[in-house]
Each structure stands twice: as C-alpha cells, then as structure tokens.
Write a protein that binds this ligand. Structure first.
Ligand code: SF4
Ligand code: SF4
Length: 525
C-alpha cells in the first residue's frame, strides 16, 4: 500500500490506488476495439447506501409485482398487475383499461416523460445513476462478482493471472449465478402477461406457449450480455439518453462535480508541498474516485457524457477528506452556477490560476462566500412549468378515470341494403349494435329507441316480442354484438333520413349511454 497522507487526528492512512480513466472521451477506444475492462472498487457511504435501498426497492417491485393478488370478483383475473393480451385488457389493481381506453396508458407515458424532464432539470441524470434497469442490474451483477472474485485488486489480479482451477471455478460460479439472475429476470417478465402461478407451473412442466420460452430466452440473453458483459458500454455507446439529457440540463441543474476550485493544484505530498510554501489543493491524487467509478472515468477531467451521476466517487472522496481532516464535498452534487461562482473566488475573478487559499478564511475553513447548493434553488420557472404540466396531466387522468363510463354502445348501420320495404309498406333498417359491459359483473342492459315515431325493433338471438325496448343480458367484462332491425310504418316515415337514438341503460346502476343513428327510407313520390 502506498501511503500518501495521514490525518494526525485519525489513525487511518490513505491508500493511493493504481487507477486510471479508461473510458473518457480522450482515451476511449473505438466501439469495435477490445474493451478495456473496468473493475470498480466497492464504495461505502451515504450514496452507496441509498443506491442499495433503491436497488432493493426496484428489484423487489419487478420480481414481486406479478405475484400480488387483487380480488375483482368471480369474473375477472385476480392478478393485481396484468397485461391480458388474449382478452385485450390491462389490469392495474382497481383499474381496468380496455383497448379503446389506451389514452390512459398514453397519459401515464407522457407523465413519465415529463417526470423525467423534471428530474433531469433538477438532479441531472438521477435516472441513470439510481433507477435505470441497466444500472440496477449491473450493480447486482457486480455484487455477485465481488462476492466470488473479491474486490478490485483481487479481481484485477485474477483477471491478469493464468487460468488455474481456482480461476476457472470462480469464473464458472460467477457466470452461472449471472445466468440464473438473467433467467429469473426474463422469467419474471412473462408473469406480467398471464396468471403468474398458472404460468409458472406451465413453464416448469413444459406446457407453456412457445412465445413464453422465446421471451424468457431473449430477455435472459440481453440481461446477461448487457448487465454482465457489456456493462458501461451500453450507457456509452447504445443509450440515447446521455445525448438527450444534455439538452435538458441548465446552469442550475445538479450534477456530480469535482470542485477543482478547492482541489487543485492536486498533490500526493500535500504536507511537504504546503510546508515548502507551495499552494496545494485538497485533492491528494489518491485515485479513489477513479477506482470506484463503474463507468471507468475520472470525474476530475470535468463533466463527461459517460458519467451516470451514481455519486459513488462522492462517497469515495468524502472518506478521503475525512481522513485528511478536510471538509467533505471535494466531489459533490453542485450546479454549474455555484461552481462558476466558487471558481471566480478561487481565481480572483478569472485573473489568476486556481488558488484554493482564496476560498478559505483565516481559520482554514471554507469561507462564507463559498456557494453551496440549497433546496430552494430547485424551485425555478423551468421546474415549475414541468411540475405544473405533470400535475395537470395527472389530475386530468385521475378525473377522467373516476368519471369514465363502464357501459358503452356502438352502432353500425347496414350498408347494403340501407333499407328494406316490407310487404305491408313499412320500412326496415338493420344495425349491428355493440354493447360493452366494462365491469366484471353480469348485467342486463335495456336497449331502447328514442325518436323515430311508431318504430319498433327486434333483435336476432333475443327472444322478446318486438317493441321500442328490449333487455339484453351481457356477460361480465365482455362486448356483446347483436343484430337489431328497426321497422317504421310507412305512414310515419318522415323523409329519406331520420335521426334517432339508441339508448342503453343498466337500471340497477343507472349507468347509460346513447348513440345517434340514422334511419333511411326510399323517396316517396
Ligand atoms: S464519475 Fe462519479 S458519479 Fe460519474 S459515473 Fe463515475 S463514480 Fe459515478
Ligand atoms: S478527488 Fe478525492 S478521491 Fe479523487 S483523487 Fe482527489 S482526493 Fe482522491
């Protein structure tokens, strides 16, 4: 261990790590060049703990959700979240979405998009650093890798060493567990599309549909390759989000920042240099921030497209600052405007090189003029606009959901023939009437005609005498199509096209819907 600094108040020494950036723009290899492997060191600290929590919650939601039950009565599936492709329904706890109600799903997607804009404009790429599936699964795969092969140095040594029984055993164990995780990931996905317990039995006994096995195989392969083998390459080369998010950041957005206004000039022998009267910053060039970075970059090179703002370098550097007795935050979440203000102080308004003494007061602590992030800086016109748009869409969706009809009627007039003249001279029109019972209970729906004096109707398959209304039983959660014939006596026909309404009602719930249709008749001479 190369000890480069020691705080007199602490017995802990700072280890200088042999780490260098391998993925920043200036050293990045072309896509098809052999990948330089990254061996992220385990970090510890508040951001790491927060990431563990997010990881547990997101993985828990993903794997557990299909197994949650929700009682919808005897006529609907009891899976809380279900995309029922066969019956073209989407169930989400108490909400049931029919295909023609896809606008609600579209609304949720728009909300997710606006939410992403809001998050990005305030806390930068928080999505990438904490909740993106690629980040979460890479983290999970790294947990396995560290448990089997050890932390950074052990993994580097193992990777560089010749193949031995020990190395082969570790590699086989690691890849076997990775594949098991990948299978579980692909397996969990298909449970969102069918009753999970039934499908599990079918899959295990070989009775599931081929598409289920194909889906599991594809997702297993992508999870294993993206999470285990490609890792940071997915973010750097494949994901469009790093390119898009740059347009959403402004000078008040939080990003992980190396505060060179207090860190430079960096020195591995800061005490000696300070004793010699040299100006030295807080960075002791220990490379701890580089060693923990899962993207293989050096945040001290400035903002980079590759940085997913996972904040692990903040944890690593904070522990170094604790050991040197300096304030935490040499690497921190900071806004560009705060950074510029502090840089202005350190460089005397840009007229000189960085002098970190200028940001410190006579006691050696960071001075009062140093700008720090404050929560109120989140509230600015841009974030108000995003929050307002997000809330408006959300309120609109909730109101629409709560007030939507669960009984609908759609009518299609026969095109050919448009009308038939019966032997007694009366005129008959045919219609295809679609009754949508959108609740998971059977209903008797009363269909009647409103307008069209003297007209009566009959329906095929409905054993009721002709009249101006009829009761039609409709199964739960189903659409029933009936053929309806409306007949009007010749002496009551009033023109070649008369408008009237089909009215459908559920007398027990008082729900109703109407459809305005036309009744056609021949010209009278
Ligand atoms: S530079 Fe820091 S915040 Fe950015 S990816 Fe690396 S460790 Fe995470
Ligand atoms: S920024 Fe912090 S962690 Fe990185 S090299 Fe400097 S002192 Fe070490």
């Amino acid at each position: 261990m190369n000890v480069i600094a020691k705080n007199p108040a602490s017995s802990e020494a700072i280890e200088r790590l042999d780490a260098e950036a391998v993925n920043s723009a200036k050293v990045r290899q072309p896509l098809y060049a052999p990948r330089k492997k990254i061996f992220p060191k385990r970090a510890s600290g508040s951001f790491r703990r927060f990431k563990w929590l997010i990881m547990l919650v997101t993985l828990g939601i993903y794997y557990v959700t299909p197994w949650l039950r929700w009682d919808r009565g005897a006529y609907a599936p009891d899976q809380a979240v279900l995309v029922d492709i066969a019956n073209r329904r989407f169930y989400f706890f108490f909400i049931e979405i029919w295909p023609q109600e896809f606008i609600y799903v579209a609304g949720l997607l728009v909300m997710a998009g606006v939410g992403l804009f809001l998050i990005t404009s305030t806390v930068g790429r928080a999505w990438c650093g904490y909740t993106c599936p690629q980040t979460v699964w890479v983290d999970l795969f790294l947990v396995v890798e560290r448990a089997i092969e050890g932390d950074r140095n052990a993994r580097i040594k193992l990777d560089a060493g010749p193949y031995s029984l020990d190395k082969i055993g570790k590699r086989v164990a690691k890849h076997a567990i990775w594949i098991a995780i990948a299978v579980a990931t692909g397996g969990a996905w298909i449970f969102y599309f069918a009753d999970a317990p039934t499908l599990l039995v079918d899959v295990v006994t070989g009775h599931a549909a081929p598409v289920a096995y194909i889906t599991v195989a594809v997702l297993t392969a992508t999870t294993y390759v993206f999470g285990g083998l490609m890792r940071e390459q997915v973010c750097t080369y494949m994901c469009p989000w790093p390119r898009i998010q740059a347009a959403m950041l402004d000078e008040h957005s939080l990003t992980v920042t190396y505060n060179d206004w207090r860190g430079e000039p960096r020195s591995r022998h800061s005490k000696k240099a300070a004793a010699a009267g040299d100006v030295v910053g807080d960075c002791v060039d220990c490379n701890a921030c580089v060693a923990v970075c899962p993207m293989g970059i050096d945040i001290r090179d400035g903002q980079q497209l590759e940085c997913i703002t996972c904040a692990l370098c903040i944890d690593a550097c904070d522990s170094v600052m604790d050991k040197t007795g300096k304030e935490r935050g040499l690497i921190s979440y900071a806004t560009l405007s705060d950074y510029n203000a502090n840089m202005g102080i350190a460089t005397a308004g840009g007229t000189a090189a960085i002098n970190p003494r200028l940001v410190r007061d006579e006691t050696g602590r960071l001075g009062d003029k140093v700008a720090h992030f404050h929560l109120r800086k989140i509230f600015r016109p841009r974030t108000f606009v995003y929050s307002g748009a997000w809330a408006l869409i959300g309120i609109g969706l909730v109101v629409a959901l709560l007030s939507r009809d669960r009984l609908e009627v759609n009518v299609l007039h026969d095109r050919n023939p448009q009308f038939v003249t019966l032997s007694d001279g009366s005129i008959r029109n045919g219609y295809t009437v679609k009754l949508l019972n959108m609740i998971p209970e059977p209903r008797v729906i009363v269909v009647s005609i409103d307008g069209l004096p003297g007209a009566v109707m009959t329906a095929t398959g409905i054993d009721q005498p002709e009249g101006r209304s009829m009761a039609v039983p409709v199964e739960p959660d189903r659409l029933r199509t009936i053929r309806v014939f409306v007949t009007q006596p010749q002496d009551q026909v009033d023109g070649t096209a008369q408008s009237f309404r089909f009215v459908v009602e559920d007398k027990s719930s008082f729900e109703a819907d109407t459809y305005t249709a036309n009744f056609y008749a021949p010209e009278t001479r």
